[in-house]
Design a protein around this ligand. Structure first.
Ligand code: FAD
Ligand code: GLY
Length: 370
């Protein structure tokens, strides 16, 4: 391990490795310190939907940022393959956001006005997906809300970062961070100390400890999501089905990923039987025949939620050497490219979109978390 880097990233989830990739590509000497293995926490649990429309209820800054990140994936799919040799398994089917009630229909038809969402009648839905549940009132078809395989994206970012010269240390938990005597920052890790001009906290739901160490009274809230996957060789499905924050995602492998519960305040990373039952019950309302498919595996992960549900992406208000990129809640896979670019632009003193800087800065005014 070198004793000094230009930038140290704490956390090797999708956010940390995206930042490392973008910084290393820009020529910065970068190191990632990861407690366990790259991409094995919340990032591995994710379904991988790039759900800019599906996850947003209204237009605004968050939606614009999400769309920019979704667009960045179009370029990154080929770029990461060419740089790292890893295919991020992008699946272009899009999402069908289903309406079961009149209020679903009204809300979705309003959202269909957003760029690239298209309202479909029930007949048009069944033409596309004949096995969707009977009785739906229509759906928004969102072509651009494609999905990727999160662990492959993490591996591709990490390998690409290494090929651009970054160091990635696994099983290297960071215990503390402080201002370095000669300028910049100093961290203590399981294998000794290291210093850097800049450090970026990207430790997912575990970021709170560093905010506290750095004098910022911000909390992170785990929202556990439980999922399962099933082997599918009998129900043709080419688009993700989505309703009320639950989804059935068809993977290239033929498996279907079914998610997910929203259990606030639960730090336990194991799925439980009630959680899986609840997810299955919801999935059957969208695709009734899914109950007959064989289970592949079940898992859970902790979404990192903040006070207002938006991520913190920005500098420490009193120390320009320290930056934060954490709290991406339900959308860290989607937002990883834009977050990596934004942090890199900040470190390189490039211009940032002012609305994004304002919306995601650490010292914004937030409502108290319920
Ligand atoms: P993590 O992936 O949790 O990474 C943080 C890393 O920091 C971990 O690897 C951890 O080991 C490391 N770390 C912690 N403390 C330290 C320390 N002291 N020192 C060193 N390292 C440390 N998002 C989408 O966009 N699309 C989806 O379809 C989607 N589906 C989801 C489904 C489920 C069930 C869940 C749970 C989440 C889903 N998400 C989805 C959300 C997404 O997974 C998260 O927003 C994203 O993974 C957060 O990434 P992260 O890098 O911040 O956190
Ligand atoms: N974005 C999907 C989830 O968080 O479950």
């Amino acid at each position: 391990m070198k004793k000094r880097y230009e930038t140290i990233v704490i956390g090797g989830g999708i956010i940390g490795v995206s930042i490392a990739y973008h910084l290393a590509k820009a020529g910065k000497q970068t190191a990632v310190f990861e407690s366990g293995e790259v991409g094995k926490k919340a990032s591995r649990a994710a379904a991988g939907m790039l759900g800019a429309h599906a996850e947003c209820d209204k237009p605004g800054t968050f939606f614009e940022f999400a769309r920019a990140s979704q667009t960045a994936y179009k370029r990154l799919t080929a770029e990461l393959k060419s740089v790292s040799g890893i295919d991020i398994r992008r699946h272009d089917g899009g999402i069908l956001k289903l309406a079961f009630t009149e209020s679903d229909r009204a809300r979705l038809m309003e959202m269909a006005a957003l760029d690239s969402a298209e309202w479909l009648t029930p007949q048009e839905v069944y033409e596309k997906e004949p096995h969707a549940a009977k009785g739906i009132l229509g759906a928004n078809f969102i072509r651009d809300d494609v999905h990727v395989e999160p662990i492959s994206v993490c591996r591709a970012f990490a390998k690409g970062a290494k090929l651009f010269g970054a160091d990635i240390f696994e099983y290297a938990p960071v215990f503390s961070i402080e201002a370095a005597a000669g300028g910049g920052v100093r961290i203590q890790t399981a294998s000794g100390a290291a210093e850097a001009d800049h450090a970026v906290i990207a430790s997912g739901v575990w970021s709170g400890v560093f905010f506290q160490q750095l004098g910022l009274n911000k909390r992170f809230y785990p929202v556990k999501g439980e999922c399962l996957s099933v082997w599918n060789d009998s129900i043709p499905l080419t688009r993700t089905l989505y309703h009320d924050h639950c989804y059935i995602v068809p993977r290239h492998s033929g498996k279907l990923v079914i998610g997910a519960t929203m259990k606030a305040g639960d730090w336990n990373e194991q799925p439980d039987a009630d959680g899986i039952e609840a997810v299955m019950k919801k999935a059957k309302t969208m695709l009734p025949r899914i109950g007959g498919l064989k289970i592949d595996r079940c898992w859970a992960g902790l979404r990192p939620e903040t006070e207002d549900g938006n991520p913190y992406i920005g500098r420490h208000p009193e120390n320009d050497s320290i930056l934060f990129a954490a709290g991406h809640f339900r959308n860290g896979i989607l937002l990883a490219p834009a977050t990596g670019e934004m942090i890199t632009d900040m470190i390189l003193s490039r211009p940032i979109e002012p609305a994004w800087e304002e919306a995601f800065k650490v010292d914004r005014k937030e409502a108290v978390h319920k």
